[in-house]
Design a protein around this ligand. Structure first.
Ligand code: CP
Length: 315
């Protein structure tokens, strides 16, 4: 089955997977956000648990490191009474040469109902759909996509701004290596926003169809309704893409002064993990403008909603 067939399957009915936003409509995303708002209410209760996924087993399969995505997915699944199988590539038999496919088929033999997969090789979650025939959620694959991050970013923006229709969202930093930027550049325009992606020329991709690209920070930030700083991904960076960190700071660090170019109430987002005092002035993350902690908190409700939409009613 080719990737196009998967997309077609998604476009004609309720999506079976969340690999990126191909095949997801605005109405489906808005319905997911409705569920996330209900999940927020569950998370405010003294007993933060509902029986929605009783009897389901969710595998979190992380071939690449994570703090926020992995832990919030595991909590999300447990809050809905699912069993969770937690797999880490670093401590697995992959160190002995086992392939992605054999690893996933081994887990599948243990009776898994859904997979949450993070991997540095783009496309593995698509392959997993073919190998496993179970719902697959992409928790970040290479530079390609990180759809649940974009969902929680959009959800947090909607909470603060009320609507994304006609809003200017500036995303600043290492766009080239950023799956977060790519997924936000897919999702935010679907919800009516205009996305500006800004960074040094060496850290910008050639083009992204639904976004505007610029090397001019003032142009990106001017009158923006929200600003998102991205981490400089030193682990994915080939030598020579960045002259030096001081030069990056001089041209692109989000400072209080530069945030002043955006609208006075424009919130500041960062998907984490942060390099404090590199991509943003360190104390801004704790300022009244910051949504950083809110993004993390919303991640759990949004991921509960994703699991709910992909699993409940599937049996
Ligand atoms: N934002 C994000 O994906 O963070 P983690 O790498 O900690 O999951």
């Amino acid at each position: 089955m080719g990737a196009g067939v998967i997309a077609m399957e998604q476009s004609t009915e309720k999506p079976k997977h969340l690999l990126d936003f191909q095949g997801w409509s605005r109405a489906q995303v808005e319905s997911l956000f409705e569920t996330a708002r209900m999940m927020q209410e569950v998370l405010e209760r003294p007993v933060k648990k509902v029986p929605a996924l009783t009897g389901f087993t969710v595998a979190t399969v992380f071939f690449e490191n994570s703090t926020r995505t992995r832990l919030s997915f595991e909590l999300a699944a447990r809050r809905m009474s699912a069993d969770v199988l937690s797999f880490s590539g670093a401590t697995s038999s992959m160190a002995k040469g086992e392939s992605y496919k054999d690893t996933l088929l081994t887990l599948d033999a243990m009776g898994i109902d859904a997979y949450v997969i993070r991997v540095d090789a783009a496309g593995v979650p698509h392959q997993a759909v073919r190998w496993l025939g179970k719902p697959v959620i992409n928790a970040g694959d290479g530079w390609r996509a990180h759809p649940t991050q974009a969902l929680l970013d959009a959800f947090s923006l909607l909470e603060r701004l009320g609507t994304l229709e006609g809003k200017k969202i500036a995303v600043v930093g290492d766009i080239l290596h950023s799956r977060v930027a790519r997924s936000n550049a897919e999702l935010l325009p679907m919800l009516g926003a205009e996305v500006w992606l800004c960074g040094p020329a060496t850290l910008l991709p050639g083009e992204l169809p639904k976004a505007r690209l610029t090397t001019d920070l003032r142009e990106a930030l001017q009158d923006a309704d929200a600003v998102m700083a991205l981490r400089l991904q030193k682990e994915r960076m080939d030598k020579g893409l960045l002259p030096s960190e001081p030069e990056y700071i001089a041209g692109y660090q989000i400072t209080r002064e530069r945030l002043g170019w955006a609208k006075p109430t424009a919130p500041l987002l960062h998907p984490g993990p942060m390099n404090r005092d590199l991509e943003l002035e360190g104390t801004l993350a704790e300022s009244e403008r910051s949504l950083v902690e809110r993004q993390v908190a919303n991640g759990q409700a949004v991921r509960m909603a994703v699991l709910y939409h992909l699993l409940v009613g599937r049996r």
